[in-house]
Write a protein that binds this ligand. Structure first.
Ligand code: G3H
Ligand code: ZN
Length: 279
């Protein structure tokens, strides 16, 4: 199967009443491990990469890697390739040109009116190419402390949701409801807020910062029009620790191929564990 269009993947999730996992990649091994894990669970999801991580390569290279993995592993589950935390119009354009099938534009650092107008501009562009757009309202702690100094400060304001969604024409809404990026801070999901947002939002919701959120909470959040949940740190930690452990055991370890294969399998296993638990 080829990489599928983001709208098609969203429809697949809505028809099957499942939440789609989105796994962050950085390099070849992590990409291959994610695709391997998705295939072995028999369920679809996203491979995604942030603007930040794209600094190491470029969208074309990532698209090639996903194509290669899907072909080699004879993938028959739907997988979309998504730009995560897109930080510029140029990144969005380059990703679409390279064959990405879904996009996030993250202008959450801007005041509301500017966030709206930037997302609006990107949505218009992406929709012309039939690509769905995820946008973020509020700031998620862990990386966006500049806008969210305290636990409550950056949370999505439900009073802004209707205007944001209708003006930006976004297709998915990333919310800040006590979810955090990375593993340093503990998430604390504010379910009353999630419920209120889901009542107002005309589009399905996205939960960032999946690593560290108890699986019970993710399953509970599915009741509130949640379509996508992002996992980055869990995958990366597993991959990095593969090499860390080998080095601790033997400071002269140099069999990079075997360790890379182990890293791929550890990533795939983590993907499987997550997917088995969020359904
Ligand atoms: O956009 C990426 C995700 O929100 C990843 O968050 O690293 O906490 O799982 P995480
Ligand atoms: Zn995120």
């Amino acid at each position: 199967m080829k990489i599928v269009n983001g709208y098609k993947l969203m429809k697949y999730a809505q028809d099957k009443k499942i939440v789609l996992p989105a796994f962050n990649t950085t390099n070849f091994e992590v990409t291959y491990g994610i695709v391997k894990g998705l295939q072995s669970t028999g369920k679809g999801g996203y491979v995604q990469i942030s603007s930040n991580n794209l600094e190491l390569s470029n969208p074309k290279i990532i698209k090639e890697m996903v194509d290669f993995a899907m072909e080699k592993l004879d993938v028959d589950v739907p997988i979309s390739l998504h730009l995560d935390h897109g930080k510029s119009f140029e990144d969005v354009k380059n990703c679409i040109d390279a064959g990405f099938t879904s996009v996030m534009i993250d202008m959450s650092q801007l005041p509301l009116s500017e966030n709206i107008s930037e997302v609006q501009r990107i949505s218009e562009y992406c929709h012309y190419f039939n690509i769905p757009v995820e946008a973020e309202l509020g700031a998620i702690r862990g990386k966006e402390e500049a806008q969210a100094l305290s636990e409550n400060e950056g949370k999505t304001n439900p009073d802004d949701v209707a205007e944001f969604v209708s003006k930006t024409q976004c297709d998915l809404l990333a919310v800040s409801i006590g979810n955090v990026h990375g593993l340093k801070e503990k998430p604390n999901i504010d379910f009353p807020l999630l419920k209120e947002i889901s009542r107002i939002s005309k589009v399905p919701l996205v939960l960032h910062g999946g690593s560290g959120i108890p699986f019970d909470d993710v399953r509970h959040a599915k009741e509130y029009n949640l379509i996508k949940v992002n996992y980055g740190a869990d995958i990366r930690k597993k991959f990095i620790s593969t090499f860390g452990k080998a080095y601790e055991k033997d400071h002269n370890a140099f069999d990079l191929k075997t360790l890379s294969q182990r890293g791929i399998n550890n990533v795939a296993k983590t993907v499987e564990d997550i997917m088995d638990n969020i359904d």
